[in-house]
Ligand binder design. Structure first.
Ligand code: ADP
Ligand code: ZN
Ligand code: ZN
Length: 793
């Protein structure tokens, strides 16, 4: 007799256990490690994942229930991914099942339906069944309460059976198509368009997609005529959901590497040849040709018959990156894109699982792609916080990458112009191998950067958000037909409304944060919970009608720029890119129509590589400095350097202007001088003094509840539990209210644990997690334990 260890699909943390089931004789060939199975669980039937198979169990085998059936022909999880799931559940204090369901595409998660069917015909049950006019099988949800009550006795007696049916969201996708009938042609008279279209359709012996016909400029009117005359039939065809399918990628041959690139490439290839799990930090200035090194490294790995994983912070923001990979590797690339539907993602996943794609490009969760025989894992812009998931399991892609690299003995490349302090510190200690690229690939030099002190500007009479220096620089670019990128890290119109008599600012009633004015909707919006309120005509506090707007967002700056320059502007922020595909549309427009100005929030700072952009302006370099987080300086330095890196990447040289009220601040000053090394040293000195990462590791506990009282109780308990179990070298900060004290009517309190070496910490964290989850589940209190947090907010 064989037994299977199964992780069942229930997310409650108290069932974070492995359950044993019998493998029925007939299924022993069909059920392997990694399979999804249907198992009985209490009165229900649920989905589970087989993580182990063995021939004995510790307890009474007679009491173990059998697996009902297997749900896959091929296992969905490999032994490697199962092992990885165990590691992540342990390391990030998460449930095993939540990790497994993070690893797999959402389409494979079960959605279950309860069905009833008639088991033994001929009796009273059948009479009742037919009396209700029910079909052969019926979903419980569709029955009325009285119908259900009438059927209940038969369910108990077993004459009617209740079954849980799992449905997956993997429906096939159909598209409209046209089929030629090849009917003999009659006289078309002067309907030349119809003839032309018929010729076009008849070139396809099977069918042609309607969308393709329309793309070629034919109208649906012409199509209708041909259908009416019987030359063409309409039909639906199943299409593969490859969103890049219809696009043609120009082939892009490898470039000859310059000497810096060559050195980097050789270092990495050495590790590839030695099959070592080495982690490289590729520290290369913006435009130094890191991507070209990735591409050539991957080509080498593919030649050896191995596979590659390429992570980018966010696919939608980097369409150019995807294009470069498609152009180099064609169909061997699978793109796992967060903008894809469940079905589309599943198709790409399946292509990878079946070995049909050897290179996977995608954002954070692609690090779980079911590739086997990995030869290299690359994380581009490794400092980006999007690599850390903010929901449970709160994993970091680099942690996953390093784990997988050890499994496959392959290397990891972390690439960035502005590495996270943690990664750079590791390269200083020799944990990572650092490789530097100090020059740009094409121009060899970085753009010249100026700082404009906005308080001086105001004192000299210019109170506009655009300084004279920046205005002149933009005017010059417009004259030359070159393009400008402007960063303003704040969306909306005005920042907030304020009463000039009493200073009252309207806040969100659910969150402790002021409401942002959006002119297009003429409303005040909460950026945290979506709360919307009308614009105030008078102050809620003192009824004065002297209410006005303060602060400036992208929406308003767009207006100001239009007035000032009377020219085309593309605006990119969360408001203009909400719809699917808008990022790419706006960027295409900017590039192809050579629109003079691209204005946007930080989403424009990454990845863009346009030869005609020669000026970058940062309207307010200080916004990031004020975030209540110890990484504020680091984030400021990174953002400024990244956005500055968009200027002058090709033949034309670039210029950068930072507008600031803090011209002496080292994050801004050193970003201007592009002096990462000095920034690193200064910032490390601050981190050492303040006892923060990378000198200490962190764990952040955030408790939220609708009352302050419960938050305080829970955080006080956690505090006590920590004091009892950690060494006296660890530092416990708090309990204290979180920087945003209330979101969505939930108060938030936090404790920050800082430590260097705590051998028993994981055990303690798991205990706390379990204890508080059970104790407070009934009270709707939530505890989040964030290991290596990226935000202390
Ligand atoms: P990074 O990823 O470091 O920001 P990219 O890889 O995007 O830099 O390179 C910047 C530009 O330089 C790109 O347009 C790229 O095509 C070009 N480039 C990179 N390496 C070379 C090379 N060896 N020869 C010519 N052009 C190159
Ligand atoms: Zn007032
Ligand atoms: Zn709110």
């Amino acid at each position: 007799m064989m037994f299977a260890s199964v992780i069942v699909s229930i997310t409650a943390s108290d069932v974070n256990k492995v359950f044993e089931y019998k493998i029925p004789e007939g299924l022993s060939d069909l059920i392997k490690v990694g399979h999804r199975v249907l198992v009985p669980f209490g009165p229900r039937q649920i989905q589970g994942y087989v993580v182990d198979i063995k021939d004995e169990v510790e307890y009474d085998a007679a009491r173990i229930k059998p697996i009902i059936r297997a749900l896959d022909i091929r296992p969905v999880l490999t032994p490697e991914l199962i092992q990885l799931a165990g590691h992540l559940a342990d390391h990030y204090i998460a449930s095993y099942i939540s990790v497994i369901e993070t690893i797999l595409p959402a389409a494979l998660k079960s959605k279950s339906k309860k069905m009833l069917s008639l088991h033994s015909p001929g009796g009273e049950a059948e009479l009742a069944w037919q009396g209700m006019n029910l079909p052969h099988e019926v979903e419980v949800k569709t029955l009325s309460a009285s119908q259900l009550a009438a059927l209940k006795p038969y369910i108990t007696s077993g004459e009617v059976i209740e079954e849980t049916v799992l449905t997956q969201h993997t429906k096939k996708k159909y598209a409209r198509a046209l089929k030629p009938t090849f009917a003999p042609r009659g006289d078309f008279g002067r309907a030349y368009k119809q003839l032309e279209l018929l010729d076009f359709i008849e070139q396809h012996d099977e069918y042609v997609l309607l969308s393709e016909v329309l793309e070629h400029g034919y109208t649906s009117g012409t199509v209708n005529e041909l259908v009416k005359k019987g030359y063409v039939r309409r039909t639906d065809v199943v299409v593969e959901r490859d969103p890049y399918k219809s696009r043609v990628f120009e082939e892009d041959p490898p470039k000859e590497l310059n000497s810096e690139q060559e050195y980097a490439y050789n270092e990495i290839i050495r590790a590839v040849e030695e099959d070592t799990a080495e982690t490289f930090l590729l520290h290369g200035v913006t435009g130094s040709g890191k991507t070209e090194i990735y591409l050539q490294t991957i080509a080498h790995v593919l030649d050896k018959g191995r596979t590659a994983l390429m992570l980018v912070p966010e696919i939608a923001l980097t369409p150019q990156m995807v294009n470069r990979f498609k152009a180099r590797f064609g169909d061997e690339v699978a793109v796992l894109h967060s903008g894809l539907s469940h079905g589309e993602k599943y198709d790409e996943w399946l292509k990878v699982r079946n070995g049909g794609a050897k290179v996977v490009v995608g954002a954070r969760s692609s690090v779980f792609a079911p590739v086997e025989n990995l030869g290299i894992i690359i994380i581009d812009e490794e400092h980006e916080t999007t690599y850390k998931q903010q929901d449970r399991p709160m994993y970091h892609a680099a942690e996953v990458a390093k784990y997988r690299s050890r499994y496959y003995n392959c290397s990891v490349i972390l690439g960035s112009a502005t590495p996270s302090l943690e990664s750079y510190a590791r390269s200083e200690r020799g944990v990572y191998t650092r490789i530097e690229l100090n020059h740009r690939a094409v121009t060899r030099t970085l753009p010249e950067t100026k700082i404009v002190d906005m308080s001086v500007e105001h004192r000299s009479g210019n109170i506009s958000i655009v300084s004279d220096t920046l205005r002149e620089a933009i005017e010059e670019r417009i004259r030359l037909g070159e393009q400008t990128v402007l960063l303003l890290n704040r969306r909306g119109y005005a920042n907030f409304q304020i009463c000039q008599d009493c200073g009252h600012v309207p806040n969100c009633p659910n969150c402790d944060i002021s409401l942002t004015y959006h002119k297009a909707q003429y409303s005040l919006l909460c950026h945290y919970c979506g709360y919307e309120d009308g614009v105030k005509r008078e102050c809620d506090n003192c009824s004065s009608d002297e209410v006005t707007f303060r602060g400036t967002g992208t929406e308003k700056v767009e207006e100001i720029l239009r007035d000032m320059f009377n020219t085309g502007i593309v605006r990119m922020d969360n408001d203009t890119t909400r719809r699917k595909g808008m990022h790419e549309k706006l960027l295409d427009k900017f590039e192809q129509e050579k629109v003079p100005i691209l204005l946007g929030t930080q989403m424009i700072a990454k990845g863009l590589d346009y030869p005609n952009v020669t000026l970058v302006g940062v309207l307010n370099a200080d916004t990031m400095l004020n975030i209540p987080d110890f990484r504020a300086n680091e984030k400021t330095y990174q953002l400024l350097t990244q956005v500055a890196g968009r200027a002058g990447r090709h033949e034309l040289s670039g210029e950068v202007i930072f507008q600031t009220y803090n011209p002496g601040h080292y994050a801004i000053d050193l970003a201007q001088g592009n002096d990462y090394r000095t920034f690193y040293e200064k910032e490390m000195a601050f981190r050492r003094l303040a006892r923060y990462s990378p000198y200490y590791f962190h764990v952040l506990f955030t408790v939220s509840h609708e009352t302050v009282q419960k938050c305080l109780e829970a955080t006080t308990h956690i505090h006590q539990a920590l004091v009892k179990s950690v060494t006296d070298k660890a530092i416990i900060v708090g309990p204290s209210p979180s920087p945003i004290e209330r979101i969505n009517n939930q108060y938030r309190f936090q404790i920050l644990l800082k430590y260097k070496n705590e051998p028993n910490l994981l055990e303690v964290l798991h205990e706390i997690n379990l204890h508080y989850n059970e104790l407070y589940k009934k009270e709707k209190l939530s505890l989040k334990i964030d290991v290596d947090p990226k935000y202390i907010m």
